[in-house]
Ligand binder design. Sequence first.
Ligand code: HEM
Length: 311
Amino acid sequence: MDNLVMPREQLGVCAEGNLHSVYLMFNANDGVESQLRPCVANVAQYIYELADQYADSAFNGFVAIGANYWDSLYGERRPSELKPFPAMHADNRDAPAHEYDLFVHLRCDRYDILHLVANEVCQMFEDLVELVDEERGFQFMDTRDLTGFVDGTENPKGRHRQDVALVGDEDEYFRGGSYIHVQKFAHNLSKWNRLPQKKQEDIIGRTKIDNIEYASEDKPLTSHIKRVNLKDADGKSMEILRQSMPYGSMKEQGLMFISVCRNSVNFEKMLHSMIHGDGEGNHDHLMHFTQALTGSAFFAPSLDFMAREAD
Ligand code: HEM
């Protein structure tokens, strides 16, 4: 952790997993920025305070500002790595961009509290924004993705979550904030479930039931964990904190993939490695069984930043 005192982060950025989630995507009405700045700060503060009130149900959340809307809301001083979602395409593998102005991420172990707070948040924003998308996530079978594999095992743990997720000294003005990337993946489960278990395991790079990582020499170059386990030029692991959860209904279901990180390059390099591969024809074979429907980039500023910019 960096040495200087960190501004207060939004608690949902680094929170541990929950049973339920609500994802609200908004676009702002024209010309409302001077009203929206204090409103965004109030919503974030409200969510922060509810984390205490509903501590028994582990309530948490955050508000994030879309990459394309940042300048309208806060002027030209922007987080140094904030840019639109890095849309990518190769053969039939697609990572499209679909941007929103605001993202409210709410999670809790009680569904009724989430519903109550989501209503309250929408009311606080009323007349300033339009709700353009909503999704609800849930914990599935011991934190498994709908493919049946445990998701989140190699996530950073304890204080290291903050190290990975929160901007530090490198961008002083935006300390305590976080780059957020969201992709709604719709799985083709009937295709996936027709695969023999060993083939599924080769695609992930871990065993299904016991969630054991393959030995390095056994990991196919096309396996998901091989493709996303990257090192930087100094040989240091490039990490992100994943806050993903399964979502959906019988009509459409999959993973709301959410990356939070102190930079945006780690996510972008991983996605590039999944879609374009390693330059030798090895892309991520998980992509044959799921399709990214959206791709959005946001920044979740610290509470102190939002309060400061409110007036
Ligand atoms: C690991 C599923 C998309 C980054 C994993 C694991 C599973 C999984 C089952 C292994 C267990 C674990 O460590 O969590 C999925 C599914 C996805 C998806 C179902 C979408 C349909 C992505 C994307 C990225 C990503 C888009 C980044 C661009 C990672 C990372 C790990 C991981 C960094 C940990 C690798 C390691 O250190 O072993 N994912 N993932 N995943 N995934 Fe994904």
